[in-house]
Design a protein around this ligand. Structure first.
Ligand code: NAP
Length: 247
């Protein structure tokens, strides 16, 4: 049995992880920590791996404390930047423990991004539309941002010509936000959860790649896969692509 501690266990994602661990035949949730539980060995009950779904302001400190306590760490909390990632990379090397940080654990979203990057060099035009519930405070979504960046890098590596677009007047920003030259559009609509569509166009043909997450249980197969894989992935791994063998 893999002994797992959940950090942020009473939160929306953390409590879903606790339920997923209870249903997994090879894992056991041995510790549940929240903001008022210090990350110290007496509260970690011999766990070998921790899963952190907390807050952007808390997560880096948690990861350092967990590495120092000798645990591998799977992180779903968002808000990481290059400098916080490099500090964790260094600490993981020093402690000999492993960290997986994935901004999106939904298998369908990870595959959609991967397929979009594979397809991007073969199409003249590519645009990303992300659609979410109206309570989401940031736009575009982190996943749409990452998707557009992957498309831009794939097109750059293939030396694609700029996308055709004759627009000269757009006072309302109706053409969307440009992420490294790739237009990204955000829809906020009551009834939606988390969705993304990537449109790729050539003369006479279109490829649409779409991912729909209807519930936060959609993240759990990715989280459990990361927990099962972390022992064999030394240091810091960012994103689920490596875990899924896509790179
Ligand atoms: P949430 O419901 O607000 O839960 C956050 C939890 O973290 C709460 O239980 C809170 O405890 C706890 N917490 C806060 N500070 C802490 C600390 N210093 N140490 C330990 N626990 C602490 O948030 P959520 O909706 O579950 O989302 C959590 C994070 O996951 C967000 O960053 C969100 O963007 C991200 N997320 C990622 C994915 C993905 O696929 N990677 C998917 C969905 C969400 P108290 O209640 O005691 O304050």
């Amino acid at each position: 049995m893999i002994r797992v501690a959940v950090i942020g266990a009473s939160g929306r994602m953390g409590s879903t992880v606790v339920e997923a661990l209870a249903a997994a035949p090879d894992m056991e949730c041995v510790a549940q920590c929240d903001a008022d539980t210090p990350i110290a060995s007496e509260n970690l009950a011999g766990a070998s791996i921790a899963v952190d779904f907390t807050t952007p302001s808390a997560t880096e400190g948690n990861v350092h404390a967990l590495l120092d306590a000798g645990l591998h760490v799977v992180v779903g909390t968002t808000g990481w930047d290059e400098s916080s990632l490099s500090r964790v990379r260094e600490q993981a090397t020093l402690t000999g423990r492993n960290v997986i940080i994935a901004p999106n654990f939904a298998i369908s979203a990870v595959l959609a991004m991967h397929f979009a990057a594979l397809a991007a060099p073969y199409f003249e035009s590519a645009e990303v539309i992300e659609l979410h519930h109206p309570n989401k405070v940031d736009a575009p979504s982190g996943t749409a941002l990452a998707t557009a960046q992957k498309i831009a890098h794939a097109r750059g590596a293939a030396e694609c010509a700029p996308m055709p677009d004759a627009t000269t007047s757009d006072p309302l920003g109706a053409r969307g936000g440009l992420v490294e030259g790739v237009p990204v559009h955000s829809v906020r609509l009551r009834g939606l959860v988390a969705h993304e569509e990537i449109l790729l166009g050539n003369a006479g043909e279109q490829l649409s790649i779409r991912t729909d997450c209807f519930d936060r249980v959609s993240f759990m197969p990715g989280v459990l896969l990361a927990v099962r894989s972390i022992e064999r992935l030394p240091g810091l791994t960012v994103g689920l692509d490596t875990v899924m063998g896509l790179v």
